[in-house]
Design a protein around this ligand. Structure first.
Ligand SMILES: O=P(O)(O)OC[C@@H](O)[C@@H](O)c1c[nH]c2ccccc12
Length: 259
């Protein structure tokens, strides 16, 4: 099943999508399997699997230090893919990989796309690759049925939003703030309008991400979007082995009445 179909199945049940972000290999590569299987058991809709990178673009301090920890464990794109492949049969939740372009080019685009599919990757986010340059990897991804997810920022002009919304695959990653990843206390007030416009130009699910860190945030964004992506809060909770916080965030997507 494609990433989009997976998410639409969640939405058809009346739930909203919950997508946790994890830094692969934070705590060592051996943590990857138990973490993914436990999140899957909690009923998350997909998992964004981040590849640590020496030169990240949009990462705030929490994700950045998680990346440094993973790198100190010797984690690489190749090792993550090999590890995921080793428990492929246990994975039922769609995986969305977040990696920068350089590791993909170093891997070899066709080899990466093939190996990623064999590892259970259904979608890909490449934050430092502008949509205009996505032709470099898009054909290889298409061949392996891997959706290339586009990020839409708050500052994109309407024409560009429309273009990105049409080009995005799997879902649209709607960034909720101007700036970097990380927990936030509050959000801009006109977000409801922004999401309404985004929903209007998109035919695929629209998920909100950046700064979402409490059950209340999750509920609020689920009223205006099809679901949420939570990164920093999940990374911190995993570090502290605090599964009740994660469970509360997931549960907050299950009692949503649309506006
Ligand atoms: O950490 P936050 O604020 O909850 O946001 C999710 C984000 O961390 C995750 O999706 C992500 C991590 N690194 C990225 C780089 C670009 C875009 C998105 C990301």
């Amino acid at each position: 099943m494609t990433l989009q179909a997976h998410l639409e199945k969640v939405l058809a049940k009346g739930d909203k999508a919950f997508v946790p972000y994890i830094m692969a290999g934070d705590g060592g590569l051996a943590t990857l399997k138990p973490t993914i299987l436990k999140l899957q058991q909690l009923g998350v809709s997909a998992i964004e699997v981040g590849i640590p990178f020496s030169d990240p673009v949009a990462d705030g301090p929490t994700i950045e230090t998680a990346g440094e920890r993973a790198l100190s464990h010797g984690v690489t794109l190749k090792k993550v893919i090999a590890q995921l492949t080793s428990f492929y049969d246990d994975i039922t939740v769609p995986l969305v990989m977040m990696t920068y372009l350089n590791p993909i080019l170093a891997y070899g685009i066709d080899a990466f796309a093939l190996d990623a599919r064999l590892a259970g990757i259904k979608g890909l986010i490449v934050p430092d690759m502008p949509y205009e340059e996505s032709d470099v990897i898009h054909p290889a991804l298409k061949q392996q049925n891997i959706a290339l997810v586009q990020l839409v920022s708050l500052t994109s002009p309407p024409e560009r939003v429309k273009k990105l919304a049409e080009a995005s695959e799997g879902f649209i990653y709607a960034v909720t703030v101007n700036g970097i990843t990380g927990e936030r206390a509050s959000f801009a007030s006109q977000l409801a309008e922004h999401f309404a416009e985004l929903k209007q130009v998109s035919s695929i699910p629209v998920l909100a991400g950046f700064g979402i860190s409490t059950p209340e945030h999750v509920e609020n964004f689920c009223k205006i979007a099809d679901g949420v992506i939570v990164g920093s809060k999940i990374v911190t909770a995993l570090l502290e082995d605090d599964w009740s916080t994660i469970e509360q965030l997931v549960q907050a997507t299950k009692k949503i009445e649309a506006l």
